[in-house]
Design a protein around this ligand. Structure first.
Ligand code: GRF
Length: 228
């Protein structure tokens, strides 16, 4: 039985490198999802041009054009509904979402955060990880709930922290992991193997290779770590 690929809308605010990684992954005809639109709250987000270069429909819905967060989120929700989206991926979307928006898209809304949650929620994660002296840092893909960076975890990528690491070197290595992790996590969600129920992540029909996508391990190279 063949099922239609899931329809994904990506929300960005800037560079959009994770968006690019998701788009690239979905170009594979075997991937179970397609990106049907990219929405930015900022007109100058560089990711918009990258999405257009891939032939993906983009929209700018600027928060500056709305009186409050609720009406801005409602406009975004309406645009997402119009695109018949099955799932929404936040990829560097730098706005807090209202409870109404999160509840409307509950279980359909994913985010990638540049730290191993529940540590280092919020911004400046790499600097804070260095100050704290953690030896393992990384990235997390999770379902979005009302509280920021707090929803049920889907998958994580771990990055060792070296003594010579700076915020920039660490950020580069975490970003590389993010670009591998997000498409792997979205695949499992699009296939219906990972769902959110009662505030937790449920895994079903997972094979060995699916389970490997849930933790990208420390110290393995890009060439070897995505494959079983
Ligand atoms: C990424 O580090 C992501 O984890 C965080 O914001 C950054 C966005 O980068 N939420 P990009 O726009 O995807 O390049």
């Amino acid at each position: 039985m063949t099922t239609e690929p899931k329809r994904i809308v990506i929300l960005i605010s800037g560079r959009g490198s994770n968006m690019g990684a998701l788009i690239s992954a979905t170009l594979d005809p075997a991937y179970p999802a397609r990106i049907v639109g990219v929405i930015s709250n900022k007109a100058d987000a560089t990711g918009l041009k990258a999405a257009e270069d891939f032939g993906i429909a983009t929209q700018v819905i600027s928060h500056k054009d709305y009186d409050d967060r609720a009406s801005h989120d409602e406009a975004i929700s309406a645009a997402i509904e119009q695109m018949n989206a099955d799932f929404i991926c936040l990829a560097g979307y730098m706005r807090l979402l209202t409870a109404a928006f999160v509840s409307r898209w509950q279980g359909k809304l994913l985010n990638i955060h540049p730290a191993l949650l529940p540590s280092f929620k919020g911004i400046d994660t790499h600097a804070r990880a260095l100050s704290a002296g953690v030896r393992v840092h990384g990235a997390t893909v999770h379902f979005v709930t009302e509280d920021m960076d707090d929803g049920p975890i889907i998958a994580q990528g771990a990055v060792p922290v070296g003594l010579k690491d700076t915020e920039a070197t660490l950020a580069d290595r975490v970003l590389e992991v993010e670009h591998r992790l997000y498409p792997l996590a979205l695949r499992l969600v699009a296939e219906g193997k990972v769902t959110m129920r009662d505030g937790t992540t449920l895994y079903s029909n997972m094979n060995e290779s699916d389970e490997k996508a849930l933790l990208l391990p420390v110290g393995r190279s890009r060439e070897t770590s995505d494959q079983p």
